[in-house]
Design a protein. Sequence first.
Length: 210
Amino acid sequence: MIVAIDGPAGAGKSTVARRLAERLGFRYLDTGAMYRALTWLAMNRGIALDRADDLARLAMEYPVTFDDQGRVWIAGTDVTASIRQARIDRQVPVVARHPPVREVMRERQRQLGAEGDVVIEGRDIGTVVAPNAEVKVYLNADVSVRARRRQEERPDIGGDALATDLRLRDESDAARMRPAAGAEQIDTTALQVDDVVDQIERLVRERQPA
Ligand code: DC
């Protein structure tokens, strides 16, 4: 079974998807981490981020992998921590917007999601990567709450800078940010993580074969 969890930055996707996967004993696939790792590699190698075909080639040559501990690897390097830096936050939408890059990534995401039960988190999972997912969820939250959550993850950056980053990312991610047909929409503004996980777990149990 595939559980697709989409929504904007700060809606709570990662925390919810991780905890849900743990509870259900499903694998967890973080597709944002894949775009982040590619962005890290491109910047590391000095590849201009407007070169769509060069970036797609790079993605093809260096597939992102996840190890048993959930660490993120690309080109033989553990980038788990590096991909959470503010410089990556700012540049990843530039990389993720190129159609040839998305083609490579989506294909890889389908392969990684093909075996067994999995929770996949991203922006376009229910709409494009796995439109046949048994459970589709779209998480959202008020922009002020999303900015606060980001701030808790990035204590080193000022609140104003983070709010601006979030707004810019929302704008550039907007084309991909829409709920899939049949997605359950959950507003997480006033909810605790476990309440959201409970709701999605119920949907999964309903759709799981007896
Ligand atoms: O969820 P995140 O913040 O780690 O995502 C990083 C960036 O990658 C974000 O700008 C949106 C983009 N992304 C995407 O375009 N499609 C996905 N399936 C996942 C992430």
